[in-house]
Design a binder for this molecule. Sequence first.
Ligand SMILES: C[S@@+](CC[C@H](N)C(=O)[O-])C[C@H]1O[C@@H](n2cnc3c(N)ncnc32)[C@H](O)[C@@H]1O
Length: 217
Amino acid sequence: MLMNRVETALINSAPRRWLQRWYEVPWLRRLGGSLQPDARVLEIGCGPGYGTGLILQHFGAARVDALDLDPTMIARTRRRLADYGDRVHLHTGDAADLRTSISADDASYDAVFDFAIIHHIPNWRDAIAEVARVLRPGGRFYFDEVTARALARPTYRILFDHPTNDRFAAEQFRAELDRHNLHVGDRWLTPLGGDYVIGVAHRNAQARSPRPRTCLR
Ligand SMILES: C[S@@+](CC[C@H](N)C(=O)[O-])C[C@H]1O[C@@H](n2cnc3c(N)ncnc32)[C@H](O)[C@@H]1O
């Protein structure tokens, strides 16, 4: 679901940029570390692209594919990150269907970033399934999400537009990650008593199929 005018203004504001740079990124780095120098990264719901720049500067991504449902956000990101040239690839499309929106193959990314976007998606479980599908075994999912508890507060209900059905608590979000082989362990925190959830999940290596027995005589 697209942001309304109030949320668009907030997301483009200095306080949002401050929070992302000085709170979210340091926590995500502490919980998940930085990336290999050749890492290929996907950011879902990049908004105006400030977080995309932070992924390049602070996590050492070689290349970031950034996606947003809103073409005006993609246009802002394009302007903001023009100097990065080929290290940034931008796409307009739905994070809940990465095959259609960016033709993403299975296991094609070393890391996926979600800066506060999955709570905007009505079928949020599909977005998590897609994150799990496109991450390579051992890949990392860095997330910072808004829970049902925050969305139920008058400020959120009055000022912003979000899907209202089937939102998640921090524990439900984590359980859904687990169901898709994305394991958080103790790499998470729930700021403001559970209004938000910040963490890093690791994609488990897939169980190998048992090798066929060979019988040598
Ligand atoms: C709250 S903003 C966060 C923007 C940015 N990541 C940040 O933290 O500043 C949510 C963003 O997700 C985008 N969005 C909403 N639904 C989406 C979907 N299904 N697929 C991709 N992007 C989506 C919106 O257009 C918006 O830019």
